[in-house]
Design a binder for this molecule. Sequence first.
Ligand code: ADP
Ligand code: MG
Length: 353
Amino acid sequence: MITTTGLTKVYRSRGREVTALDGVDLHVREGEVYGVVGRSGAGKSTLIRCVNLLERPSSGTVTVDGRDLTALTGRGPGILPGGSRAGAALRQARSHIGMVFQHFNLLSSRTVQDNVELPLEILGVSGRERSRKALELLDLVGLADKAKAYPAQLSGGQKQRVGIARALAGDPKVLLSDEATSALDPETTRSILQLLRDLNRQLGLTVLLITHEMDVIKSVCDSAALMKGGRIVESGTVSDILATPGSELADELFPVGGEASGPDRTVVDLTFHGEAATQPVISQLSRTYNIDISILGAAMDTVGGRQVGRMRIELPGRFEENVVPIGFLREHGLQVDVAGPEAAVELAKEGAK
Ligand code: ADP
Ligand code: MG
């Protein structure tokens, strides 16, 4: 649904150049919720603004729903679909992409309903149809009773619901969200994420969202990417990421912690999906080889409706002495990553091949 190839954005201001995007290849499949994470300044906002051409890329292409937006003429920036001086073709294409902002960007002088109607006004939809559509959307986001209220009378969560209703006005296939929950408390965050997930399911909406919260990725995303210095350094479905040895994103999603208790110890991270029974495998291992195993840390969570767990355990003896027990764990279907001294990790990778 969304593809970028070699997307690059260089900002030039006062003689200085900042490369905000450095050759980003992004692939978001139709109907998925795709999360982009990364530190402040990584280029996340620039990426999302380039996807709907609020920002014109310096090079590379952006294709949304089969249309190459970079080939369409027009100039940004503009806040709402068609709010800029963009050419008609670009304006048209953009109206099928909804955008939700961290600070809601509602017009304080307009009622809730009039805020939702705004993009429809710009698209030239008639008054009656606008009103019908706006009320339908407010109902969809659970705010049917607030149509005549003004933004100042709403809570943060309600404002964001208005922002989402407005983003849906043009019947988009794609919803872009830049830190939509960052200004909200945890409980409101959960309800807004649930709403995005429901819209994704009900309307088949493809959602590309930016966040700096790992919990957001865990609770709603099918796929995720980690950005650093204008590049995507890791990406994939959340389950694939968790199954990738040495994945930084997996460690951030499921920090298991725990240090080796001594030099002659081997620390091993286990990842398992679904109902894989880790505990019995570990006690079998302990009995079979007559070794004491310590659990240093564990984390369990639900990702995209599936249970995923990680556990860090410690085996007595150096890695070389634990080749057989590690093989036993792998044979029993667990993903095994050896943590600790680099030489051991390298050896373990060789062993995994
Ligand atoms: P993020 O959303 O991940 O925090 P941004 O995309 O906002 O990152 O910014 C990426 C980099 O581009 C930063 O170094 C930022 O300072 C720079 N940048 C963003 N917008 C502009 C701009 N309009 N002019 C100049 N530099 C910018
Ligand atoms: Mg940002």
